[in-house]
Design a protein around this ligand. Structure first.
Ligand SMILES: Cc1cc2nc3c(=O)[nH]c(=O)nc-3n(C[C@H](O)[C@H](O)[C@H](O)COP(=O)(O)O)c2cc1C
Length: 307
């Protein structure tokens, strides 16, 4: 059976994954935290936590609230900063078989370009995921992803600054996500990933104030799955480049729905918090489905359920 997928078909070197199951940014640390728990080299790719130019402390606590069928988070991009990623993480990743994709996020377009050029050509880094939709920071970030023009501007700036494959991560906080996807495709994105988290909130009625320190957060988990699936379906119908689908994927059945909607690969996020082995369980389930259905190549399933 062939499970491998190509996420940057327009690039000479491409970005080939051994299988379509990736981790979603911010839910699997730097990958290093999990390497002693199970064989992370079996994953299709690891996407690391959002990386900024300078280290960030993140938002005030509490930063996590459970909701029905989901989680609200307002981490606020806590991370070690790009220099520490280059010094401490990339040399470890360089020894891995699994490709690592670095998620980058900035406040200004120049930040994205600078991050992209700093990460260019570094051993251990196979691609960039450009986050233009973080719901948890006040300025920048999410604002770029809400309309096609700024989304295209960020993409073009990153494209100019690096030779790495670029996957642009889209936010649901927009009028027509397919229009934003088309704009970043035209600006040179090799792939798109979606969805980032939509904003939500919880109020603590005893304290008479929002539960999260940042007042609002990003909603993830099964609660957003049907919305994410429909957005992946819409985007896959609008662009030629590969689509990576995520949002509430917890089982192989969920992952297969995204693949059949048109996703070439899937990201597993919140499910990692209850079962860090979820991505590999999902991979096993996809393989079992293919064996049962007599599917020899995963590409036969991509878009197979669009109707
Ligand atoms: C705690 C937490 C932190 C996250 N941090 C990031 C981040 O740094 N960058 C990013 O692009 N997405 C981030 N995300 C969004 C996820 O990568 C993913 O797009 C979203 O959670 C939907 O997938 P899921 O429902 O499987 O979690 C984060 C999500 C969670 C739950």
């Amino acid at each position: 059976m062939n499970l491998s997928v190509q996420l940057a078909p327009k690039r000479k070197k491409g970005l080939r994954l051994a299988n379509p199951v990736m981790t979603a940014s911010g839910t699997f640390g730097w990958g290093t935290e999990y390497q002693h728990l199970f064989d992370i080299q079996r994953l299709g790719a690891i996407v690391c936590k959002g990386t900024t130019l300078k280290p960030r402390e993140g938002n005030p606590q509490p930063r996590i609230a459970e909701t029905p069928c989901g989680v609200l988070n307002s981490i606020g991009l806590q991370n070690i900063g790009v220099e520490a990623v280059l010094k401490e993480k990339a040399p470890v990743w360089a020894g891995w078989r699994v490709p690592v994709i670095v998620n980058i996020v900035g406040i200004r377009i120049e930040d994205y370009a600078r991050l992209a050029s700093m990460l260019d050509g570094v051993a251990g880094i196979s691609g960039l995921e450009v986050n233009i939709g973080c719901p948890n920071i006040e300025a920048g970030g999410v604002e770029f992803g809400t309309r096609p023009e700024p989304a295209a501007e960020v993409t073009a700036a990153v494209k100019r600054a690096t030779s790495l494959p670029i996957m642009v991560k889209l936010t649901p906080k927009t009028g027509d996500i397919a229009e934003v996807a088309k704009a970043v495709e035209n600006a040179g994105a090799d792939a798109v990933s979606l969805i980032n988290t939509p904003r939500g909130m919880v109020i603590d009625i005893a304290k008479r104030k929002p539960l999260l320190g940042n007042k609002y957060g990003g909603l993830s988990g099964p609660a957003i799955r049907p919305i994410a699936l429909h957005m992946v379906y819409s985007v896959a119908g609008a662009v030629e480049i590969p689509v990576v689908g995520m949002g509430g994927i917890a089982t192989s059945n969920d992952a297969l729905q995204f693949i059949m909607a048109g996703a070439s690969a899937v990201g597993v996020g919140t499910a990692n918090f209850t079962n860090p082995g979820a991505p590999l369980d999902i991979l096993d389930g996809i393989e079992q489905f293919m064996a049962k259905e007599g599917v020899e190549d995963i590409t036969e399933l991509i878009g197979a359920g669009r109707g």
